[in-house]
Design a binder for this molecule. Structure first.
Ligand SMILES: N[C@@H](CCC(=O)N[C@@H](CS)C(=O)NCC(=O)O)C(=O)O
Length: 212
C-alpha cells in the first residue's frame, strides 16, 4: 500500500520527505494539508501530530513526524540514500541535524515572513537578523561543497535531500544561487538525479492557489 505524506507544496520540510521517498523509489501519495487555512492546527491534525507540524508520514500502522525521522525511516526501509559505513552514516545525520537547526528553520521562517505575511506586517528587524544567520549557514554549506558533487562521500544521501529543502523555491528570501557557486552546482547535481521534481510539481499547493 502506498505511503501517505501529509504535506503542502510551499513546505520545504515536506519537500525533504517527498524528495527522499521519490529518489528512493518509494510508492507514496500526497495528502494535502491546507496549512494557510489553519488545518495543521485542527484537532484532527493534532491527533496525528501533537506538534501541529507538517510533514507527517503514514506508513501502514506507523505515523511519523519530523522530516529528518521520516527521511531516516525511508533510508532504513529501502537501503537508499544512507551509506552502510558507520562513520559515513554519522556524517549524513550530522548534516541532517545541522540543516534542521541552522538552515531550514531559518530559511523557512524568513521565506514565510518575506512572502506570506501581509507586507505591512513584515518585521524588518527580524528579517535582517535572520538573513544574517542564514548567510552564515550558506557560507558553511558552500565552502563544504567546494570540490564535492554531494555533501557526504560524493554520493546523494539524506544530507542532500535535507539541505536542499528550501533552495529550489522561487520566492525571494535573500538566497541568490549565483552568489554561492558551489551550492548552485550542487543543486544542479540533485536536480539531475532520476525522478527529481520541483517541490511545486511534487506536492499540492502553491502560492498562486491563494492569488499570490
Ligand atoms: N523540524 C520540523 C519542522 C517542521 C515545520 O516547521 N513545518 C512547518 C511547515 S514547513 C510547520 O508545520 N510549521 C507550523 C508551526 O511552526 O507551527 C521538520 O523538520 O519536520
Amino acid at each position: 500500500m502506498a505511503m501517505k505524506l501529509y504535506c503542502f507544496g510551499e513546505s520545504g520540510n515536506s519537500y525533504k520527505a517527498a524528495l527522499t521517498m521519490t529518489l528512493a523509489g518509494v510508492d507514496w501519495t500526497p495528502v494535502f494539508v491546507n496549512f494557510f487555512h489553519g488545518d495543521a492546527r485542527s484537532p484532527e491534525f493534532r491527533a496525528l501530530n501533537e506538534m501541529g507540524e507538517v510533514p507527517v508520514l503514514r506508513d501502514g500502522d506507523e505515523v511519523l513526524s519530523q522530516s529528518g525521522l521520516i527521511q531516516y525511516h525511508i533510508a532504513e526501509k529501502t537501503g537508499k540514500l544512507l551509506p552502510q559505513d558507520h562513520h559515513l552514516r554519522q556524517e549524513v545525520m550530522r548534516w541532517v541535524l545541522w540543516d534542521n537547526h541552522k538552515m531550514s528553520s531559518q530559511a523557512g521562517t524568513l521565506r514565510f515572513l518575506m512572502n506570506f505575511v501581509p507586507e505591512e506586517k513584515r518585521p524588518q528587524e527580524v528579517i535582517r537578523w535572520l538573513s544574517g544567520r542564514l548567510r552564515d549557514a550558506f557560507k558553511v554549506l558552500d565552502s563544504h561543497l567546494e570540490g564535492r558533487d554531494f555533501i557526504v562521500n560524493d554520493l546523494p544521501s539524506l544530507a542532500d535531500t535535507a539541505c536542499c529543502g528550501y533552495l529550489y523555491y522561487p520566492e525571494p528570501f535573500t538566497f541568490d544561487r549565483k552568489a554561492w557557486p558551489n551550492i548552485d552546482r550542487w543543486l544542479d547535481n540533485i536536480a539531475a538525479l532520476p525522478g527529481w521534481k520541483h517541490p511545486y510539481d511534487m506536492m499540492p499547493g502553491r502560492p498562486s492557489d491563494r492569488g499570490l
